[in-house]
Design a protein around this ligand. Structure first.
Ligand code: SDX
Length: 393
């Protein structure tokens, strides 16, 4: 073929697109959404406002925010037939698999979302619909697992409180959302909202580049996020910390495993393709962990194990040479746990947070009329050879 194919496994040195949404500086540990620093947004904004910012590019006026929130509320209810799909799942179905299936089912309930040439207003309706229904799908994935009846959205509540109530409310029991829990969740969702061309966002873009619907693209992103090297790391961190706890807190043994090339074990929640310095989100989450646990009066011994592990890793040559620092997933699970969220729902929480980022990136890719993603390869297989009949094999 004409032209040179440059091989770049994992796209470590490949820019797949131009984007005006999120800026990362891996050396300086900088993260900005549409030019605003993550530190300021985590401190001063709300998740719904950040979703608006990421998707439409500007901080909303009060009127725009009210309209956006009301549009979402109008579309929170989920078609009763989707509940039948949920009832088809076994109770041991992983919540991420249930979530991605429920999201894909939206293509059946809203077939106009399949039309690649539909108007901008219709695209915006698709966006509002999935923003509105994702908390319900996430909560229902959990209810399916614990075998409890589902709850329907309560539009009197804000986005996070509504999710928490759908997740935890039980029949015949009064459920009051704890504002400390709702605020902590809101801040975590802001911190997860976008992160330029990570694995799951690149998946959303490449699926969307074939003119697949927004829902099919988001469902693909959920499945890419599921892997333990990506969004699945937040629950893998907790399992790792619990194993270290069972080992009597023997961090040295686990550090040894993490450095042993023959041992597949990696220190989960450490390292990052872009951040070669502290992940700015990890810094905020670590501080929030202390804050939230003390406010909730939770004393979780694995928080101390996590801090001890971080200390050992940050002074270990192997980790220093490879610039391995705690990433967004290292401390987030400790907060989720304190909020009462079960460990195999942690990646669902990541998906809930990342949804506006996936939407914004999909929208930008489609508005820029980007070509279908189709990389090449270097062929290393057989040269031409003739067919061999069965009796000669
Ligand atoms: C997320 O991309 C994003 O932006 C993702 C994310 C987002 O917001 O979307 O930030 C969210 O996915 C955070 C990452 C969560 N994953 C984990 O915590 C899993 C553990 N981390 C590693 O698997 C790894 O660090 C990755 C996957 C995060 C990054 O992998 P890279 O960039 O491909 O780096 P690599 O595997 O080539 O590692 C470079 C070296 C290797 O050693 P050498 O072969 O050079 O001797 O560092 C070592 C690796 O063995 N290494 C680790 C390690 N991470 C890298 N060794 C031990 N423990 C680790 N965690």
């Amino acid at each position: 073929d004409s032209g040179l194919i440059t091989l770049d496994p994992g796209y470590k040195n490949t820019g797949s697109t131009t984007s005006a949404i999120t800026f990362l500086d891996g050396e300086k540990g900088i993260l900005r959404y549409r030019g605003y620093s993550i530190e300021e947004l985590a401190e001063k904004s709300t998740f719904v406002e950040v979703a608006y910012l990421l998707i439409y590019g500007e901080l909303p006026s009060q009127e725009q925010l009210n309209k956006f929130q009301n549009e979402i509320k109008v579309h929170t209810l989920v078609h009763e037939d989707i509940k039948k799909i949920l009832e088809g799942f076994p109770s041991n179905a992983h919540p991420m698999g249930v979530l991605s299936s429920l999201v894909t089912s939206l293509t059946a309930f809203y077939p106009e979302s399949l039309d690649p040439n539909r108007s901008a207003d219709k695209v915006n309706l698709s966006i509002i619909r999935i923003l509105a229904k994702m908390p319900t799908f996430a909560a229902w994935a959990y209810k399916n697992e614990v075998g409890h009846p589902v709850n329907y959205p309560d539009n009197r509540l804000d986005y996070c409180s509504n999710f928490l109530k759908m997740m935890f409310a039980l029949p015949a029991e009064e459920y009051q959302v704890d504002p400390v829990v709702a605020n902590a969740l809101d801040k975590l969702l802001i911190l997860h909202a976008d992160h330029e061309q990570n694995c799951s966002t690149s998946t959303v873009r490449i699926v969307g580049s074939s003119q697949a619907s927004l829902y099919a693209s988001i469902s693909a992103g959920i499945n890419a996020l599921w892997g333990p090297l990506h969004g699945g790391a937040n629950s893998a961190v907790i399992h790792m910390l619990e194993n270290i706890q069972k080992d009597g807190g023997d961090t040295k043994k686990w550090m040894g495993k993490a450095k042993d090339k023959d041992d597949p074990f990696r220190l989960m929640g450490f390292g990052h393709r872009v951040y070669k310095n502290f992940d700015p989100r990890a810094k905020i989450i670590k501080k929030a962990a202390d804050d939230v646990l003390s406010k909730l009066g939770v004393n979780d011994p694995i928080l101390e194990i996590a801090k001890g592990l971080e200390e050992v890793a940050l002074s270990d040559d192997y980790f220093i040479e490879r610039k391995l620092y705690p990433n967004v997933d290292f401390y987030s699970g400790i907060i989720y746990r304190a909020l009462g969220i079960p460990v195999d729902m942690f990646t669902v929480m990541f998906a809930l947070g990342r949804l506006p980022g996936w939407i914004a990136q999909w929208k930008e890719m489609r508005e820029n009329h980007e070509p279908i993603g189709r990389p090449r390869q270097i062929y290393v297989g057989h040269n031409l050879r003739s067919y061999v009949d069965m009796n000669n094999r």
